[in-house]
Write a protein that binds this ligand. Sequence first.
Ligand code: 4AZ
Length: 836
Amino acid sequence: MGAQHDENKQTSGDDDPSRQDCASIADVSVEVATVDHTLQKLRRKYRKTRRKPKGLKRLWLRLLNIPYITVIITAVVFVVVVIMWSLLWVFIFRRESNSGAYFAGMFRVANVEFIPEYRQAESHEFVSMANKIQHVVNNVYKMSSVAKLYKQAVISDLSNNNKGGVLVHFWMAFVVPQLKSSEMCEECLAAIFRDSVHTSLNRSSVGYLLGLPVDIDSILINGVQRSDYSSNTADSQCVDKMYANLPGVMVPLSVFSSWGGINCHVKLTAVPGSLIRLTITSFVIEPSDCVNDALTVYDALLPMRGRILHSLCEPVSSAVSIVSTSNFMLLSFRMTNGNKNFRGHFEAIAEEVCMSQIETQLEPGIRDRMYSPFYPSMLPPQCSCTWKFKTQNSTLGVALRFHNYVLKLKDMNGCDQGWWKVNEVIYCGSYVGHDTVFRIADYNPDMEFRCSSRTSAQPFQASYSSYSMNQPCPESHFLCNTGLCVQKTRLCDGLDDCQDESDEVFCSRPTMSCGANSPLHPLLVCNGETDCTDGVDELNCTHETTCSAIRYQCKSGSCILKKNAKCDGLDDCQDRSDEADCACGRPSPLTRVFTSTGLERIVGGVNSAEGEWPWQVSLYFDGHLYCGASVLSTDWLVSAAHCFNKQRLSDPRYWRAHLGMLTQGSAKYVVEIQRIVVHEYYNAQMFDYDIALLQLKKPWPPSLSPLVQPVCLPSSSHTVTDSHRCVVTGWGYRTEDDTVLSLVLQKAEVSVMSQTECKKRYGIISPRMLCAGVPSGGRDACKGDSGGPLSCQAPGGGRWFLIGIVSWGSGCGRPNLPGVYSRVTKFTSWIYSHIR
Ligand code: 4AZ
């Protein structure tokens, strides 16, 4: 305050001119006073010149005040952060959220003649036609609802079309903000294209688009990966074009993966009007369910999902051939590092005119053969064949014996493995693991076959002959439901001669006629149980005998009567092979087994103990417990095919196997899946052949034993008797309407039911299924247990064998409706063929 006061006084003095005059008069008389005054004046002058900066200084002083500094630093940091964030958003995040969407498309331009110059993308003719088409495509999408997202179209190929005109293959690229990605569906884009074509009312599929005659039915647009787009477009180093210019001339093909691996495409084109047959003689890759190494064959010149003919994910050692539906084909190779290679050839073949007039021989026993179109090549998605039969007289019909194929009346569902019309009645074909006979009770029938699968399908063959309509099977034979004829002496002999057990159901229970004169029922002989009081049924069981499905086959190939010779602790085979590979089915409970009566869980189960079921696996799909499985070896598991039935479910990358687990989340080993092998005859409607094998990415370490151990795989002759103990295990639902899975692995003891009883309950039960439960219900597998084991222990505390795989059932634990399991003994050789 004081300094302020002084300043005020001086300021008032400076401003007074009379005071200035006074000072000058007093200069001489008061010396000292004059110096002081001068100093003061100078000071005043100095202060006067500094008056302006004085405010800034004050500000500066204020700013130097600590709280102000903090505020300022914060403000500066805030501004810098805001600027940086905006820049980041503009240049990075905004760019990322605007992702590219790529599509491959094709359509036919009708009424335009294909000229050979169109094959060369550099030719003037190609460029001129491509520009015209590109202009049309640009116009379609630039005038559409997705105009703002549309970037460009590139015409990749102009090819001859067997229907006439020119087939156009093109790419499209869109830049799509994440929020708008739903607008980019391939069907929407195809609809935009179709709607732009002006059609007339003359029922032709050809309409006009800016003067271009476009076949609406030919328009197909599929989304593709960015990598497909970049590896296929003009600047890619890895697109090869090959031509088969002469029909029947084989053009060799070989592809090697260099050290860095490859992702390449080979475009095959054949002479106009022909088809392409690709033959793969060898394909050396690592099996990985098409994740790492694969060959995908397309019925197009761009990698369009809707046009896949075949995908090869396994090595090929015996020739496979595939036929296209037009005169082009695309081979898309993916091979990772290593010594991978492909060898084969392709050729132009004529479209097959598949029409036969067949006169069957008079003798019903004499057979001739008929084949699927292009046999032995795989069937293309489009094909047709007709056969017109004529027998020698009106009492003789036509019998067709199909190999691994069956014809069934068409039901509500469509036919996806072949469509058949036999004298105006429609049948669907399907692949099975045995022969069948289809009889047409007509002496002059017509038969039409049409391919009806989305991709290439397995070929088929049949032998045909005439048969007597009055007596389909020879004398003393029985007519099976599969159409086969078997000798009546084979009825109820315990062997599935009919291949559908129709010769083994509704038989009276095998009688124990143990007298010396009548033979013992084969099912009771050497089954490990003494059925005759004198024990004759269990004598001489290791003597070599002829082989059949109910006798044990040693490694040497010789057979013995003993059904359950495998791993029973006795050397039954001369080569001792029955006791080799027996490190299985022996749990060693680490804690006392907890068997509760009051704490009933799942469907009538109780908590298991740690290490009680060391082969039990829990399969997690996308992070959630989805199915069960069983350990077969250090790198193979077995489960149910229906667990892997849909698109994403069949992709091994979504799955994790949890081994050595008692309580959910406490697995001793969690491992990725390398490959899923679903049985080739799996039938999703009937749940037949409901089995799949899973190969682990990394084998489980031996240190995990005894908490992780394989279950014993039964031989195909293995039989379960009343003295076996069978237990179903899993983390599935505890009741039919449960909503949560069990926390602790549950177990429930069930009995294996006779096949006849099982068929009485459910009707359609295949020989690959078995029923198990308790008559009153209440003990059963349920949702979430699928794929898990039904384990049965050999009598006398023997080893545990995998007898069933949880498959299906009507509800859970209902009285008289047992659980249905895949019958593992029917798959023994199939399993060994993959895991050995
Ligand atoms: C299922 O949905 C399922 N009761 C499994 C087994 C049974 C029923 C359903 C048998 O996975």
